[in-house]
Every structure is written in C-alpha cells, then in structure tokens.
Design a protein around this ligand. Structure first.
Ligand code: ATP
Length: 302
C-alpha cells in the first residue's frame, strides 16, 4: 500500500488555437496544438486514517475546499470507489494561475493519476481521461501530455510526434483574464477564413520536425480579444521577437505570452530583459524552460 506520493503537474502552451464554432450547449468547438512545457506544480499526496479530503496550498487566494480542482479530482475517484481512508493534498503552485497554461487542469490530472496509484484502483489512462473530462476539457490532455492535437471541446486527442527541442520563454503579465469573458467576446462565426490559423499546416510542420515551419504558422484566435484589452501582450511578443525569438504568441485565453528561441544566449538575454528590465513592473512571472516530451518520470508518476 502506498502511503505518500510526490507528483509533478506540468503546464501547457498552445502552439495553435482555432475556434470553429459555438455549440448549442455554450461550449466552443476548438482545434488546438497542445505542448507540455517544463514548468510544474508540485503535489504531495498523503494517506490518512481519518476520512475526508484536506487541501493546503501556498497561494492564499486559491480555494482549499471543493472548488479547488485537486479536491474535485480526488473526490470524484474516492466517491466512486467508496474509499474510506482520508487524503491530504499539499499543492505548491508555480504555473501561473488563470493564465492560459491549464494549471488547474494539470493539477487535477496529477491527482487522478496519484489517487488511482495510491489506492490501487487499476484504472487505465483512457479510463482516467474519461473521468477527467468531467472536471475540465483540458484534463484528458494533461493526463496524456507531450505534443498533441486537441479537438471537440479539447477532449478528442491525437498524439503528434514531439516538437523539436528549443528554449521556451514564458512571461505572465500582471493582469488577470477570465476565460469566460474571452470566449464570450470572440464571435467565432464572424471570423473570416484568413483569420483562422493553419492548424493542418502546423501539423505537417510538426510531422516534418521543422520548428521554423511550425513557428511561422503560429496563430491563436483568442489573441484578438485579449490583446485588445491588454496591449502589454503585443508589447511582450514584439520584445521577444526583437530579441531573437523565432516567433512569439499568447497561450490559451491568455494573458501568458511565450517565445521560442533556437539560440540559448538570445533566450537568456530576453529572459533577463523581461524579468529585470523594461517589463519588470508589467510582468508577474517569467520562466525560461523547454518543451517537456518525456512522459515517463520515475518516482513521480506524472
Ligand atoms: P486554462 O488554460 O485551462 O484556461 P487557466 O490557466 O485559465 O486554465 P487555471 O489556473 O487552471 O486557469 O485556474 C483558473 C481558476 O480556477 C482560478 O481562478 C482558481 O480560482 C480556480 N482553481 C481551482 N483549482 C485550482 C488549482 N488547483 N490551480 C489553479 N486554479 C485553480
């Protein structure tokens, strides 16, 4: 019996994000190129004799009750399998919150994985994904990780070959964006054909292992909405490109911006500039990382 587990919940960026239409039920049909990056939240699970789920986090503004996605994930499995023991969840956030990096979804995915392992439930990855989508559309992808095409509401996944490695500079401006607001202000039906990113072209570039071909086709239809509200997004993108990024774009509904660099020295200089230079008071979190394509992490599970 496993009494404690240490998990890593990795964040994602979108290399491409297209919205096809708004469905009758209010959800949006999307086509997204998802890519895991090397930034992760740490989640420690500890089994308890006393029943109940207890959540503790380093960010005072996050809920520690059933509104936290880690709680929801644990509760979903523990209820289904009538687990009488208790669980303590320690969550240490590093992934920017409400930023377009699927932090909450990834935390939920890690807890699903961990609870399955800890209590020996024997669920397959597919079975975990089927349950994960009830918590959030990105949870199945966060269980799968790597490079993938996500369709439907984000839950229909096609794994793609790993992206060629490069430096990924991530900057989260000090503004908050509501995903709901962004989608409500998109008006997907009114987008012209040339406003949709070439997702198929990006897939071809990924299959050919051509980083430049993928970066050249970067496109995120949600950028128009968020960027209008927060010009700092465009400013960061321009700074990253000026400093040598192959290309730069907003992730998800934003406001996180990322830039890809093939030259590590240029990436380092851009990191310094954004973190300590002209953007120091406009950017809350800055990370220099890589694509994360290794799905097997011994000792960590996820
Ligand atoms: P996505 O890329 O899927 O749109 P996101 O980056 O916009 O995700 P999250 O950081 O996952 O958004 O969370 C958004 C909201 O969910 C927060 O405002 C927070 O109150 C709530 N939340 C619940 N659980 C968590 C969690 N474990 N981590 C972060 N936020 C959480």
């Amino acid at each position: 019996m496993i009494h404690s587990l240490n998990l890593k919940a990795y964040g994602k960026i979108n290399l491409g994000l297209d919205v096809l239409r708004r469905r009758e039920d209010g959800y949006h049909e999307v086509r997204m190129i998802m890519q895991t990056v090397g930034i992760y939240d740490r989640i420690d699970l500890e089994q308890r004799e006393e029943p109940g789920i207890e959540v503790e986090t380093n960010l005072h503004y996050l809920p520690t009750n059933e509104n936290n996605l880690v709680y929801k994930a644990a509760h979903l499995l523990m209820e289904e399998f009538s687990i009488k023991k208790g669980l303590r969840i320690k969550l240490k956030k590093f992934i920017p919150v409400a930023a377009g990096m699927a932090g909450g979804s990834s935390d939920a995915a890690a807890v699903l994985f961990g609870v399955n392992k800890m209590f020996g439930l024997g669920l397959t990855l597919k079975e975990l994904m089927d349950r994960g989508v009830k918590i959030g559309a990105d949870v199945p992808y966060c269980l799968m990780r790597g490079t993938a095409l996500a369709e439907g509401i984000g839950e229909i996944l096609t794994p793609l070959p790993p992206m060629p490695q490069c430096k990924v500079l991530i900057a989260k401006p000090s503004v908050s964006v509501s995903t709901k607001y962004v989608y409500e202000n998109l008006h997907a039906d009114q987008l012209r054909k040339d406003q949709h990113p070439d997702i198929d072209g990006m897939i071809q570039g990924i299959r050919a292992g051509d980083l430049y071909a993928v970066a050249e086709k970067f496109g995120n239809v949600l950028e128009t909405v968020t960027q209008k509200q927060y010009p700092v997004i465009r400013e960061i993108k321009e700074k990253m490109k000026e400093m040598g990024a192959v290309n730069a774009m907003m992730s998800g509904s934003g406001p996180t911006v990322f830039g890809l660099f093939v030259n590590p020295a240029a990436a380092e200089a851009a990191y310094e500039e954004i973190r300590y230079g002209s953007f120091a008071d406009k950017v809350k979190q800055t990370y220099l990382t890589n694509f994360y394509n290794n799905k097997e992490v011994p000792g960590n599970g996820i």
